[in-house]
Design a protein around this ligand. Structure first.
Ligand code: SAM
Ligand code: SF4
Length: 334
């Protein structure tokens, strides 16, 4: 670690986990995430591969031990594997773990190379196993590619965790089947509550499904045994003896688990958001593109630690309300 030391925020939380977005672009258009006519960033605003690499190394110097590459869809960025390879060389040298969150569409083409670079786990988002519903939710007919991607990842030896956004009136009835399918293949699955981030077509409240409702429903079918497993995020986990798998509930709205938050997020343009639900941010790109990138970056990280809020203030209770934050989840990644 460098002389400025570990990243510790104003509430004495040690920040050790970075979610690094490499693009805001995507090959799907999940209706809860972005509109069909999403306006993407001009390429010159996006950090170059060298800048992303330099940034990640700067974070590792300050005690970040886990990096998750995300997006938008990280695998649509052509040079993303160069970054994965470069960071893979730091595993065991400051970096403990390098992971990726993907929609799985292009995973089959990348799974072997991810494993060769040192990635051991990937998160794949999948909201349904029904091809028509998949197309309805994501606006693209890509379920077969996603399933191939999941299978390829498993064959490459990657541990696959699945993420499913719970959507009232869409995948609601399918959730138990999806969990049973995932666990039968050895994949843990986490359910996510829809969050009010960025404008989309329609009102997210129409499909907002609080996970306590889902949980009560699942408890009629299975035993949900609270697990000690923690990741420092807003997830709580349960083991299901009947399926032999683990089920996560990511409940930023119905529960607030900010006390143990260990993470920060950086967008593809180098904006550091210390809280997913907050507007606070620090411009790391300006630091990186300055005459003194090292010292400016170090100072920017110190500022980020001072402004990380104690907790988020998401709400999802007013029809037609503005999103809690104008930026989409595809900016800061999952
Ligand atoms: N494209 C990749 C994917 O879908 O996994 C990575 C980025 S995506 C923004 C990361 C995660 O955020 C996905 O699991 C997605 O379902 C979730 N997500 C997107 N928008 C969301 C929202 N408004 N509320 C809750 N989860 C959201
Ligand atoms: Fe793309 Fe992921 Fe957003 Fe879906 S959730 S539109 S896959 S960034």
């Amino acid at each position: 670690m460098n002389e400025r030391g570990a990243l510790i925020d104003g509430f004495n939380r040690r920040i050790s986990y970075l979610r690094l977005s490499v693009t805001d672009r995507c090959d799907l258009r999940c209706s809860y995430c972005m509109p069909e006519r999403m306006r993407f960033l001009p390429r010159k605003e996006v950090l170059t591969l060298d800048e992303l690499h330099m940034l990640a190394l700067g974070f590792i110097e300050r005690g970040i031990t886990r990096i998750r590459i995300t997006g938008g869809e990280p695998l649509v960025r052509r040079d993303v594997m160069d970054l994965v390879h470069a960071l893979g060389r730091r595993i065991g040298k400051g970096l403990e773990e390098l992971t990726l969150t993907t929609n799985g569409v292009q995973l089959a083409d990348h799974a072997d190379r991810l494993a060769a670079a040192g990635v051991r786990r990937v998160n794949v988002s999948i909201d349904t196993l029904d091809r028509n519903l998949f197309e309805r939710i994501s606006k693209r007919d890509r379920l077969p590619q996603v399933l191939d991607g999941i299978a390829a990842a498993r064959e490459a030896g990657l541990k696959v965790k699945l993420n499913t956004v719970a959507l009232k009136g869409l995948n609601e009835a399918e959730i138990p089947g999806l969990i049973a399918w995932a666990h039968a293949q050895g994949h843990d699955l986490s359910l996510i509550e829809v969050m009010p981030l960025g404008e989309v077509e329609g009102d997210r409240l129409d499909h907002y499904l609080p996970l306590d409702v889902v949980r009560r429903h699942l408890e009629q079918r299975w035993t949900l045994v609270p697990s000690e497993h923690r990741t420092g995020g807003p997830s709580r986990y349960f083991d299901i003896p009947e399926t032999g798998g683990r089920l996560g509930f990511i409940t930023p709205l119905t529960n607030n688990f900010c006390d143990g938050c260990n993470r920060i997020r950086v967008t593809a343009t180098g904006q550091l958001y210390p809280c997913l639900g907050g507007a606070e941010r620090v411009d790391l790109r300006a630091a990186l593109r300055s005459q003194e990138p090292d010292s400016r970056l170090a100072r920017a990280l110190d500022i980020a630690m001072r402004i990380k809020p104690e907790r988020h203030h998401f709400r999802m209770d007013r029809r037609g309300a503005e999103p809690a934050q104008p930026r989409h989840m595809s900016m800061t990644g999952g």
